[in-house]
Structure formats: C-alpha cells, structure tokens
Ligand binder design. Sequence first.
Ligand SMILES: *[C@@H]1O[C@H](CO)[C@@H](O)[C@H](O)[C@H]1NC(C)=O
Ligand SMILES: *[C@@H]1O[C@H](CO)[C@@H](O)[C@H](O)[C@H]1NC(C)=O
Ligand SMILES: *[C@@H]1O[C@H](CO)[C@@H](O)[C@H](O)[C@H]1NC(C)=O
Ligand SMILES: *[C@@H]1O[C@H](CO)[C@@H](O)[C@H](O)[C@H]1NC(C)=O
Ligand SMILES: *[C@@H]1O[C@H](CO)[C@@H](O)[C@H](O)[C@H]1NC(C)=O
Ligand SMILES: *[C@@H]1O[C@H](CO)[C@@H](O)[C@H](O)[C@H]1NC(C)=O
Ligand SMILES: *[C@@H]1O[C@H](CO)[C@@H](O)[C@H](O)[C@H]1NC(C)=O
Length: 471
Amino acid sequence: MGLPDLWGPHWTGVLLSASLLTVWSPPAVAQHNLDVLNTTQKSLSKPIISISQVSAIEHKAKINIYCDTNDVDINIHWLFNNVPLELQERMHLSMADKMLTILTVYREDSGTYQCEVWSPLQIQRSDTVMLTVNYGPDPVEIKLDSGVLNGEWVEVMEGSDVNFQVETQSDPPPEYSWLFPNNSVLSSTKNTLTIRAVSREHEGTYKCLVSNFATHLSRLGVVNLWVLEKLTKPHIRPPSLDPVENDSLVNLTCQSIHKRVSILWFLSGQPLLPSEHLMLSQDNRTLLIHSIRRNDTGPYECEVRHWGSRARSDPLKLPISYGPDQVNIIWSGHHQEVIEASLNSKVTLWCQAESMPGAQYRWTYQHFTWESVGGNLTIETLTWEEQGLYTCTPFNPVTQLTRSASVLVKVKDPQSSLSAGVIAGIVIGILTVLALAAGLGCFLFKRSSKSSSYLEESMEEPLKACVQITA
Ligand SMILES: *[C@@H]1O[C@H](CO)[C@@H](O)[C@H](O)[C@H]1NC(C)=O
Ligand SMILES: *[C@@H]1O[C@H](CO)[C@@H](O)[C@H](O)[C@H]1NC(C)=O
Ligand SMILES: *[C@@H]1O[C@H](CO)[C@@H](O)[C@H](O)[C@H]1NC(C)=O
Ligand SMILES: *[C@@H]1O[C@H](CO)[C@@H](O)[C@H](O)[C@H]1NC(C)=O
Ligand SMILES: *[C@@H]1O[C@H](CO)[C@@H](O)[C@H](O)[C@H]1NC(C)=O
Ligand SMILES: *[C@@H]1O[C@H](CO)[C@@H](O)[C@H](O)[C@H]1NC(C)=O
Ligand SMILES: *[C@@H]1O[C@H](CO)[C@@H](O)[C@H](O)[C@H]1NC(C)=O
C-alpha cells in the first residue's frame, strides 16, 4: 500500500473518498479525481488552543478555552481527557463553537482539553491544554480504626493502639495540624496519626485543622476520645440500715469506677426481671425494692459490661428482719393451750415463733418473769403450786414487735383413794407454805439479778430449789 505513505496524514479522508468513488467509477477515473481532490481541497491547518488560566479554584472561576483556526466551512469538536466532551449546563460554546466557556468551574473539570477542526474529508486536532481545579478541603471526618462510637465519644480500650485517619477531599493535598488534649500541636503532611498503648492520659478532644494553601480554605475535624479501663469488679452498696419487712423503699446501689458501662442485675443467679416490686433506676445503677418482703433476701449481684468485657460483684444477701410471727407453745411434741402433766414430772414448755433475727423469749407466770434464749421453760418436778397460766412473749429487738401466747398447766388428777388424798392434801398444804416461802426467796434472788441476761439453766435453778424443798 503506497497510498498512505505517499499522502501522509490526509490518507484517511482520501481513502474514504476513493472507496466511495470506486463504487461507481473505473480505476482510471478514480485516479484522476484523486488528483483533482488533492489540488482543489485546501489542506486544514492545525488549530491552536489556548486557555484563560491553567489552574482555578473550584466554584470561583470562569474559564475560557479558545480554539483558533482560520479554516472555513469547518466544524469544531471538543475533547476532554481524549474523549468527546459532554457539554454541561454550566458550559457553553460561542464564536461558532471556537470558544468553550466554563461558567463555574467544578473539580471534575480538571483534565486535558483539545479541539478538533473537521472538514468533510479532514480532521485536525490541536495540542492539549491542561486545566487544574483546586478544591477542598471538604468537610473533615476523623475516623478511628478501632473503637466504638458512643454519642459524641469514640471509646477505645485501654492499652490498644489508636489510629486516627482524617477523611476529606482536597486538591492539592492539604496540610494537617493536630491539637492534642494537652494543647500540644503537631503539624503533618500525613492524614493519619497513631497513639500507641492508649491510657487515660490520652483521653480528651483531638482537633485537626486541615488547610489547603491553594484554595486558602481550612476545615476543622474533631474527635473525642474516651479510654475505657479494663473492667474491675463492681460492689453492691447495701442499705445503710438493715431492712425490715414492709419497709417502703430499700435501695441497693451498684458501685463501679467505670462510667460508661451498662449494668445488669442478677437475683439468685438469674437475670433480675424489673417489676413494680423490684425497680431499676434509669441507668440501672440503683435497684429499688418497694415494700420489701422477707423472701427478698437475694442473693443480689450486679454486673458491669462493656464490649465483650464484663465483671460481676460479689453476691449480697440482705438480712431482712421480720416477726415474731404466730407463737406456738409446744409440749410433748404438740402445740397445746392446756396441758395436764403428772405431779412431780419434768415439764418442758417450748415456745416457738418465727422471727429474724431470733426472738428474745420471756416467760411470765403470775408475777414472775424469766428470760429464755431458746424459748424453753423447764419445770423440773411439777407441783400443785406451779399450776396456772404460763405466758410466753417473744420479742424481736430489730422490728420491735412482740407477740404472746399462753398455756394453762394443770397437775393431772392422781385419782387416788380419799384417805390417801386427804393425807396427801394435808402434807401438801403444809409443804406449800414452806415451798412458797422458799420459792419467793429464789424468785427474789432471781429478780435481783435480772439485769444480767439469763440462760435457761440459771432460770431453772429457782424452780429446782423450790421443788427440792417440797419433796
Ligand atoms: C497534493 O497536494 C499537496 C499540497 O496541497 C502536495 O504537497 C502534494 O504533492 C500533492 N500530491 C499529489 C499526489 O499531487
Ligand atoms: C501531648 O499528647 C501527645 C499525644 O497524646 C503526646 O504525644 C505528647 O507527648 C504530649 N505532649 C506533652 C507536652 O505532654
Ligand atoms: C438510695 O440510697 C442512697 C443512700 O443509701 C440515697 O442517697 C439515695 O437517695 C437513695 N435513692 C432513692 C431513690 O431512694
Ligand atoms: C438495664 O438492665 C436491663 C435488663 O434488666 C437491660 O436490658 C438494659 O440494657 C440495662 N440498661 C442499662 C442502661 O444498662
Ligand atoms: C416471695 O413471696 C411472695 C408472696 O409473699 C411471692 O409472691 C414471691 O414469689 C416470693 N418470692 C420469692 C423469690 O420466693
Ligand atoms: C408486714 O406486713 C404483714 C402484713 O400486713 C404483717 O403480717 C407483718 O407483721 C408485717 N411485718 C412487720 C415487720 O411489720
Ligand atoms: C427446747 O425444747 C425442745 C423440746 O423439748 C427441744 O427440742 C429443743 O432443743 C429445746 N431448745 C433449746 C434451745 O434448748
């Protein structure tokens, strides 16, 4: 193929016309016409492109690009980054398309521009001009590669490395100026900053001023860093006073040095279900027990949680005071109100009342009073004189409540013969006088030492003494 070599840059157009001609012309005619074409069609000259400014600030400049050509009967085509330019609304063409005007320049207008001059048979392309549009910085965002966003704060785990990454768009690349919580300043050309092994001292607000020297614009990015310590065990603060059954409000507080943790409560090892009776404060730090019941003893636990990390308090059992409840007086295994025991038999009356803490028991018989720790009263050998109404009064020193119950103690009729009975009666009558005297003596002794606390043993002594005399 000699034709392209011979005809240089115009060969495309010529070939096109040649191929068109061959459809209807013999080769000789075609050759002739080619000569004619070569001489009659004036060759296009290369257009000269010029631009009003090669760099501009986004939104702030109007750009004119001019395509200079003296050729006539031509069309102008524009290229942007080597592909046909798509004309935007903010662009317009004038002067028979030789002038391309960008009314408001955008960052995406950065690139190369060329124009082409088209005649039906020829195309001439200009050199390129380059437009640089400076922009930004756009609104700045500071991101962390680790950590969790919690409102205004980014929380990171103590001891971890923290990488701040400033995200913005800017041309040319901006400069970064960091302001640390301790007010020290660091300038950098990089958009990243690393703090190794963070601790509480690193906590605070980090600011980064991003500046573009070309656009003369600056933007500030801000991030608040919160350093989470490794969780330590919380502690349940018990109520200042030990609660008493039916107390209207008892509150337990989960004390933790950590501020931004969630708190959960456990009752008897199970997650606590809040109710009217067991209410949690908004932040879960306080557990409010309304109208506390005796079975609200727990144990209670609270747990602080953050991320995968958690720590639970020691269990707390609430000592709830109540009672004394109903009083029972038990003799030979049964609750009794009247008992009949044999003469001279040993009688143990057991007074029982549910109470927390354990009740202090007091027995009274006629004008006599005995304190009893376990609630038992023992009559070593029952006599006629010891018949009567015995009253037990348990007292709870915390609830300050008392209750009482009585039992009537009788000597079982021996059903002996009349003579024996009469003799016995006389003997007993005499002995009774002695016994009363002796008994009074020992009760007097008893009362004189009443201020000390009595054990059951000491209380039985006076009775024993009396019985010994009567026997
Ligand atoms: C065609 O015309 C150009 C100038 O216009 C000339 O340089 C060239 O020699 C011509 N070619 C032929 C084949 O006549
Ligand atoms: C300020 O804090 C930064 C980062 O937390 C640290 O690198 C720098 O040494 C501190 N400067 C002073 C003066 O404490
Ligand atoms: C809970 O108890 C603490 C003291 O133990 C008290 O300061 C606080 O006000 C109580 N809260 C409520 C809601 O009763
Ligand atoms: C409070 O406790 C409940 C469970 O009882 C839990 O679902 C909730 O997330 C907790 N709220 C806070 C702020 O810890
Ligand atoms: C405690 O007693 C009440 C009734 O007085 C009952 O409704 C409640 O379920 C009991 N709670 C527990 C933990 O046993
Ligand atoms: C609590 O209320 C119940 C029912 O009213 C009562 O039986 C009980 O004795 C009360 N407890 C105290 C310690 O007052
Ligand atoms: C009281 O007496 C009962 C029955 O006689 C006995 O089971 C109990 O252990 C006694 N209590 C004390 C504290 O001695």
